[in-house]
Design a protein around this ligand. Structure first.
Ligand code: SAH
Length: 353
């Protein structure tokens, strides 16, 4: 019989699990504390659980781990790229980014991605499958263990589209932010999305303990659709209508990611367009240098980025330039790629949403 993996289960699920094994529900809560708060690596450590039950647990369940496909690769700027192997042999990447700010880990939500963004290496794989909540949480726990650090920030900016794996991502976020469990601050968990409108609507209702960031990358439908096929399903007026309500509900500025591409989206008219879209939406623009992935697009020069930031300031739009790290080692945003595509993703689930 296949053993039950425990990491990924909620407190309630662990209570039921304990009861199924003939123990009172509170044993499940003790287990929850050992797994998530004390980060036990072995049932033997769980000293307040009866010895007989610990044996039983080891028989029918496992805590959960991710295998390392190769030793972690440290890049010149101190970030570390992990290639994890899942139980079915598929692989995902996670990146540890010290001081950026805090101790940050960038994690994946899917193996590959179905969204097909033109500039992104992961898109070339197509979608293999979504990760379970446990596999998402395990990336954080494994990186923390390997790096011997206490992580403070988690960003869902690795492989995959988090809102295309909505339920498991939200379940993982809740586990990461539970003060009685892993205990990260909700303000330091960021989920980045291409802008799947139904997912954003759902997020607004559920209000999970994390921040949402929107990958914008262009200021007209025509140009955005060129970069991101998703724009055909959810064009800018639809997206911004939802974001206007989103900002109203969360009372927080909306964070946008914006890759700087030469002569494509770094022009003064882009700032004019942006200012129009952002009317009544408090916003923060997070500019990113385009990382090379063989897309044929060219990154904006430093001067062009400076000029663009100046125009944004004049238009009253806050912006920061994200430090690009791990580029030489293909550990930077949009450069994660773990397997040759085995088949193109023909049916795009997000188009049916
Ligand atoms: N699917 C989600 C999260 C994954 S990517 C999303 O699209 O938001 C995290 C960020 O890296 C996104 O803003 C994405 O657009 C950006 N990115 C992708 N490819 C990139 C590249 N070649 N250079 C710079 N940033 C890139």
């Amino acid at each position: 019989m296949k053993k039950q993996t425990l990491i990924g289960l909620t407190r309630e699920e662990l209570e039921s699990f304990a009861q199924e094994l003939g123990e009172p529900a509170f044993r499940g809560r003790q287990l929850y504390t050992w797994l998530y708060q004390k980060r036990a690596a072995d049932f033997d450590e769980m000293s307040d659980l009866p010895a007989a039950w610990r044996l039983k647990l080891a028989e029918v369940s496992e805590i959960g781990t991710l295998g390392l496909s190769r030793p972690a690769k440290e890049t010149r700027d101190g970030s570390q790229k992990f290639l994890f192997e899942l139980s079915d042999g598929l692989r995902v990447e996670s990146v540890y980014l010290p001081d950026s700010p805090g101790e940050t880990v960038c994690i994946s939500s899917q193996v590959g991605c179905a969204l097909g963004c033109h500039f992104c290496a992961t898109a070339k794989m197509g979608l293999f499958r979504s990760l379970t909540a446990g596999e998402i949480v395990l990336q954080v726990l494994e990186v923390e263990g390997h790096c011997q650090t206490q992580l403070t920030n988690v960003v869902f900016m690795g492989m995959g589209e988090p809102l295309h794996n909505y339920e498991n991502v939200v379940a993982a976020v809740r586990l990461l932010a539970d003060p009685q469990g892993i205990g990260l601050s909700a303000r330091r968990i960021t989920v980045s999305t291409v802008g799947l409108v139904p997912g954003i609507e759902r997020w607004m209702k559920d209000d999970p303990p994390a921040k949402l960031a929107i990958s914008l990358h262009a200021t007209t439908d025509e140009r955005r659709a060129e970069l991101m096929p998703v724009n055909k399903a959810y064009p800018l007026d639809m997206l911004f209508k939802t974001l206007r309500r989103f900002a109203h509900v969360t009372k927080d500025p909306v964070t946008f990611e914006y890759i700087m591409i030469e002569d494509f989206n770094d022009r003064e008219e882009d700032v004019d367009n942006l200012a129009r879209w952002l009317k009544n939406i408090p916003a923060k623009m997070n500019l990113i240098r385009l990382h090379p992935t063989g897309s044929g697009l060219k990154p904006s020069s430093d001067e062009a980025i400076d000029r663009f930031m100046g125009w944004l300031t004049e238009a009253g739009i806050r912006s920061t330039l994200r430090q690009s790290r791990g580029i030489e080692d293909e550990a930077a945003c949009g450069m994660l790629f773990t397997q040759e595509p085995f088949k193109p993703t023909k049916v795009r689930a997000w188009e049916r949403a």
